[in-house]
Design a protein around this ligand. Structure first.
Ligand code: CTP
Length: 396
């Protein structure tokens, strides 16, 4: 595919080099179109060497090839990363003072913006209005990630991880239905940790990959996503609001709070069923003598609680659970679906080398009042899309 990588003048321009590599290494032909300001951060030779194509911010080079029209018209995808407040404003208003903005006006393919700027600029009503205009036109504007910005400040405005931007672009190239547009979705991911003392905990092997894939794909299908993430060391999925938690109690509070008014809740987190009855305030020392037994008490079952609450009061239209089983997978899954009162239960077999921490997975989705759906072994993102397909049907 022919990809135009627009780069505008922000400090995150250096991260676009990694995005460029992701495209070229997966066989795409990339033409980099930087703005003049972008070249103050990363020079033209870098872009030319990495892309293997000429680089200029001007419409006045190679005029005989009419680049200001040809580049945009030939592209299968235009992605602008980082997109500054300035380039968003120019794109929203149709200004065409350089090669990138001309390309944006002549492109008939999908366009993705990955904004990066200081929080104040992102939240300014002018930028909000420009982003709204672009989105109304069908342009994909990824929400910036939250985190450390150029100076000591933190907040929304960081360029999402290049791998995340790349995933969004691949999905846009593949074409995704916007069947979750306007839906509020909550996804839990990762594994909870129960503290024994300030340094030790009881945890599990969940990497969070499946839950993050669910959050990312839901956002790509238009949903407003809150991801409640328990101890996952993964970049924020593009377009999702991330709430970080550690223990089951924190996960419960965050999920219940986010579930108010939500259409869908997906509990992909591996939740610790038990926690130590007491948490030592100081580190347990070897010199304290023989270790005490750790007495465990039960944790609340969040998924079951969501199901129970929905019976008593209006709640999410669709509740999805996950079940990791080592044996009697389907029988245990069916019993769990009924016991927890959810609409869908994604059941997979776990054990050595299966599911945890791997990019691929296979599963059976049990459907309340319907036939199970088999999802063949493949990327966790495909399983996530299969789940959202079933959710979209139930949402009507
Ligand atoms: N779950 C939850 N709260 C818990 C335990 C599990 O919300 N305290 C959710 C998980 O997020 C998952 C589903 O329930 O969506 C099933 O988790 P699993 O650990 O397989 O179920 P358990 O209830 O622990 O059943 P068992 O121990 O019998 O396997």
């Amino acid at each position: 595919m022919k990809v135009v990588l627009g780069v505008s003048g922000g400090i995150a321009a250096y991260k676009a080099c990694e995005l460029l590599r992701l495209f070229t290494e997966s066989g795409h032909e990339v033409r980099v179109v930087p703005t003049r300001e972008a070249l103050k951060f990363v020079g033209a030779p870098t872009w030319a060497a990495l892309s293997g194509n000429p680089v200029s911010p001007e419409v006045w080079d190679d005029v005989h090839e009419v680049p200001h029209v040809r580049i945009g018209k030939r592209a299968d995808l235009v992605v602008v990363a980082p997109a500054t407040a300035d380039v968003l404003a120019k794109a929203a208003h149709g200004l065409a003072g350089d090669l990138l903005t001309n390309t944006l006006l002549t492109a008939t393919c999908p366009v993705v913006f990955a904004p990066a700027m200081h929080t104040e600029m992102w939240q300014h009503p002018a930028t909000r209005a420009n982003v709204a205009t672009l989105r109304e036109r069908g342009t994909v504007v990824i929400d910036p990630a939250v985190g450390r910005l150029t100076g000591a400040d933190t907040g929304p405005g960081r360029l999402p991880d290049p791998a995340e931007i790349f995933q969004v672009c691949l999905r846009v190239l593949r074409g995704r239905p916007q069947d979750l547009a306007g839906r509020k979705v909550v996804v839990s991911a990762g594994g909870t940790r129960e503290a024994i003392d300030p340094v030790r905990y009881i945890g599990n092997r969940s990497s969070g990959l499946q839950g993050y894939a669910l959050a990312r794909t839901a956002a790509a299908r238009g949903a407003e996503v809150t991801l409640v993430s328990a101890n996952a060391a993964l970049p924020d999925p593009a377009g999702a609001k991330v709430v970080r938690v550690e223990s089951t109690a924190e996960l419960r509070d965050a999920v219940l709070a986010a579930s108010t008014g939500a259409d869908v809740v997906v509990m992909a987190a591996a939740v610790a069923d038990f926690r130590p009855a007491t948490r030592h305030d100081t580190k347990i020392k070897k010199t304290d003598g023989e270790p005490e037994a750790i007495h465990l008490v039960k944790n609340p079952d969040i998924l079951a609680e969501l199901g129970e609450r929905r019976r008593a009061e209006p709640g999410p239209s669709v509740i999805v659970g996950f079940a990791a089983e080592t044996h009697d997978v389907l029988a245990n899954g069916q019993a769990k679906l009924a016991r927890k009162g959810c609409d869908l239960l994604v059941v997979n077999q776990v054990g050595e080398g299966l599911a945890f921490g791997t990019p691929d997975n296979a599963a059976t989705v049990l459907v309340a009042g319907g036939d199970p759906v088999e999802v063949p072994f493949g990327p966790k993102e495909d399983l996530a899309d299969a789940v959202w397909d079933l959710v979209a049907v139930r949402l009507g």
